[in-house]
Design a protein around this ligand. Structure first.
Ligand code: FES
Length: 138
């Protein structure tokens, strides 16, 4: 069950346990020719502000965080903090994404570092919506 507050306790931060889960329906997304396609009809986790999934495996060379922002737009981030590569979660109520580790590096929706231990920005990817599918170009 997804933790809607996305708040991490100290143990979760020490262990680097993120709040965002893999999609319940594994078949809701594909990866081919550098593009991820997510069928929004099969991903209730993305409904609503700060709803998120993390995509891994299926030949992806990067972990990817996909979420709906507080502004209703969809975003895709490389799911790897530039500090020591822990995973990220969207922060409900803020237009920000935060690393799940103790360093709590925080980024805006453009991937720009706002605060925390990281020394630089995080990679983001272009997202478009077509026929209720998200198209993410890596
Ligand atoms: S890994 Fe993100 S702040 Fe350390």
């Amino acid at each position: 069950m997804q933790d809607k507050t996305q708040k991490r306790n100290i143990l979760q931060r020490i262990l680097g346990i993120c709040a965002t889960n893999m999609p319940l329906d594994e078949g809701c997304w594909t990866f081919e020719n550098g593009k991820i396609v997510v069928d929004l009809n099969r991903v209730p986790e993305l409904a609503g502000a700060s709803g998120a999934i993390r995509l891994e495996e299926k030949d992806l060379t990067e972990r990817v965080l996909v979420f709906q922002g507080e502004d209703g737009q969809y975003y895709a981030f490389q799911n790897s903090c530039p500090h020591i590569k822990r995973r990220l979660d969207p922060l409900p109520g803020k237009n920000q994404v935060q690393c799940c580790s103790l360093g709590q590096s925080t980024f805006d929706y453009a991937g720009k570092l706002v605060s925390g231990s990281a020394q630089g920005d995080v990679q983001t990817y272009a997202v478009s919506v077509e026929s209720n599918r998200l198209l993410i170009t890596l």
